[in-house]
Design a protein around this ligand. Structure first.
Ligand SMILES: [Zn+2]
Length: 131
């Protein structure tokens, strides 16, 4: 008759062992990037800036290079009364010139805005303001 094996059971009543606080095991240096690792050279971004200078347009036809169709053209002009002409006409009307002379500023060439357009493609090329 043999003795029963001694009961084998763990003692769970002990509190679990706490983890020790993390710390660097001090051989010092922080991790370095691998030698030979190079950043790519910065791209030299140069955005293409297209500077479009407005051609000097007067009250007459002008020879320009159209920005739309890129052809060398003489602009076709269209004259319209400027804002100043309308103000003059309104003032003349206000002061009693209602017999038609208030329309004079709307007919005087120097009171007109000149709109330049490309005869090729019809694009608006610029406006010469009367004032
Ligand atoms: Zn054009």
């Amino acid at each position: 008759m043999s003795a029963p094996p001694p009961p084998y059971h763990q003692d769970y009543s002990k509190p679990p062992m706490g983890y020790p606080p993390p710390h660097y095991n001090g051989n010092g240096a922080p991790p370095q990037p691998a030698p030979g690792f190079h950043l790519p050279p910065p791209q030299n971004h140069q955005p293409q800036v297209v500077i479009v200078t407005a051609p000097a347009l007067g009250s007459h036809k002008a020879r320009i290079t159209c920005r739309n169709c890129r052809s060398d053209v003489e602009t076709s002009t269209d004259k319209k009364p400027s804002l100043y002409a309308w103000i003059c006409a309104g003032l003349m009307c206000f002061f009693g010139c209602v017999c038609g002379c208030c329309l004079i500023p709307l007919c005087v060439d120097s009171c007109m805005d000149t709109h330049h357009a490309c005869p090729n493609c019809g694009a608006h090329c610029g406006t010469h303001r009367a004032f």
